[in-house]
Design a protein around this ligand. Structure first.
Ligand code: AMP
Length: 496
């Protein structure tokens, strides 16, 4: 398969809120003079331009107020800083010493009002010289994309037409989504972004040979590695490297090797570059990668109990067989509830096809997406869903992570997530990510886990509950309309 560089158009807006209280802990006492991080100018950033443009960029007050952060008091973020740089948490975007163009992007385009807690604490760490590495435990829905997108945008020099920031993602969907966010947030900066993902159609090679001049490149590891090898992506000016969803990306040997190779290549020409690594968990793979590659990072952690989204109500239903699962989806949940958009997660493409057929036959307008589809088709289906042209998406875990669609308020686990080749062990991370697709950033939502009446499914659910210390309510009788109504009301998907 060959690769292509494609420019991705700006995305639809998304907004809202979340996060929580942050305890900052320093590993070493700070002895240096207390200097507000925002007072320190970025080494390479040219601030000189734009005085004349300031007026045209000024932010109208009335344009600022659409995206209010409702911050549920859910999670505790623990920050562990390395070295003696003092950081002051940024309660307002004004504290970040950003360019007027970026401020306008945040307020006018993104419609953000103030940083979420993870942004308030991580952005100063990312932006303050000496630009130490940052390892952050963060989930989608916590506002982490802004942490690294704003981090990249604020660190690149718009006047230098060379790649300066690189973001590596595990899937093309996530890469495309991050590109869209960056284009939107950076709309007024003149900063260009290029996406490096496997080309859309198989068998056709149209990899452009000319070197990338965009300041930011976002893509998947294999393609980025190839671009570097073919000198399409120059590394001389690279100063920031982001790993998004690192635990997923590093889980496979191939991805891990590609990522290490990329880091080594950058290091060779540019030893002082900054690494930001965002990961849902710090499993052995991530720890190992960090230990081998990232020296003295600042770190942010979220407590495990705080990971599960409280705003999303979770239910389980034991169903006698596969057919009844379909009936539950159709007759109980979708028929009764006031559903925005729905994602139904299945284990394999075979289940996806089966369920698709069954729901389509019953007159539902569904689409499905799985890994063995042509990339072009996959992109099209995801885009249609994001544009709200379709309401129900059946998906394998290709989109479990990173998919930001605020109108999704219902997730159905048609099959429970289990690890491959594990004899049916639950995949806790995937579960969490699936749940995270509903109720984005503190919004209301419901997750229904449809379990087959056998020990295996029931055990998987029990283990998941235990792992997250969460009680998942049971719908006792799979066909009791009353019970579903109560559940849907509780989840805010049915009026009183
Ligand atoms: P993320 O965790 O980065 O995928 O963000 C989840 C959602 O929250 C996205 O729709 C963002 O646009 C939105 N969001 C992120 N940061 C903020 C903020 N500071 N204010 C309002 N909404 C935000």
């Amino acid at each position: 398969m060959a690769d292509t560089a494609e420019k991705v158009p700006a995305a639809e807006s998304s907004s809202s809120s979340a996060e929580a209280s942050i305890a900052v802990e320093k590993t070493e006492p700070t002895t240096t003079e207390k200097k507000k991080w925002g007072d320190v100018e970025d080494d390479d950033e040219e601030e000189a331009n734009a005085v004349s443009e300031l007026n045209s960029l000024s932010i109208k007050e009335e344009e600022k107020h659409e995206s209010v952060l409702e911050e549920p008091e859910d999670s505790n973020i623990k920050a562990v800083t390395s070295g003696d740089t003092p950081y002051t948490s940024a309660s307002r975007f004004e504290d970040l010493n950003l360019s007027p163009e970026l401020m306008k992007g945040l307020y006018v385009e993104m419609k953000f009002e103030k940083p979420s807690k993870i942004q308030a604490i991580s952005l100063p760490m990312i932006m303050t010289p000496p630009h130490k590495h940052l390892i952050a435990q963060a989930h989608n829905g916590s506002g982490k994309t802004t942490c690294f997108v704003l981090g990249m945008l604020s660190r690149v020099d718009p006047n230098l037409r060379e790649p300066q920031a690189l973001c590596i993602c595990p899937t093309r969907e996530l890469a495309n989504q991050n590109v869209e966010v960056l284009q939107k947030m950076g709309k007024f900066t003149g900063i260009a972004v290029e996406v490096a993902v496997p080309e859309r159609t198989r068998g056709v090679s149209n990899m452009r040979r000319d070197a990338v001049s965009a300041q930011v490149v976002i893509g998947t590891p294999g393609t980025i590695k190839k671009w570097i090898a073919f000198k399409k992506l120059g590394l001389n000016h690279l100063k920031i490297l982001v790993f998004d969803e690192a635990d997923q990306m590093l889980a496979t040997d191939g991805f891990r090797d590609d990522s290490l190779r990329i880091m080594k290549d950058i290091e060779r020409v540019n030893p002082t570059f900054q690494v930001l690594l965002f990961s849902a968990t710090f499993n052995e793979t991530v720890k190992d990668f960090v230990a081998r590659t990232v020296k003295d990072p600042n770190q942010l952690f979220v407590k495990r109990e705080d990971l599960a989204l409280d705003s999303v109500k979770q239910y389980k239903v034991v169903c006698p067989n596969e057919q009844t699962k379909i009936e539950v989806i159709k007759d109980q949940i979708m028929e009764l509830g006031d559903i925005g958009q729905t994602i139904i997660f299945v284990r394999t493409k075979v289940s996806a096809n089966k369920l698709h057929k069954a729901l389509a036959e019953m007159g539902y307008d569904v689409t499905s997406v799985h890994g063995s589809m042509e990339n072009e088709d996959r992109d099209k289906i995801v885009k249609e869903f994001k544009d709200c042209l379709t309401q129900v998406l059946i998906a394998t875990d290709v989109i479990a992570r990173g998919f930001d669609q605020q109108r999704v308020n219902l997730v159905v686990n048609y099959n429970m997530p289990t690890k491959h080749d594990s004899g049916g062990e639950p995949d806790y991370e995937v579960y969490l990510h699936r749940v995270g697709r509903a109720g984005r950033f503190g919004r209301k939502g419901a997750v229904f886990n449809l379990l087959l009446d056998d020990r295996r499914d029931i055990e998987v659910m029990e283990k998941i509950e235990k792992y997250f210390g969460a009680h998942v309510k049971e719908i006792k009788s799979w066909n009791s309309e009353e019970e579903y109504k109560i559940a849907l009301k509780e989840a805010g998907l049915l009026d009183e």
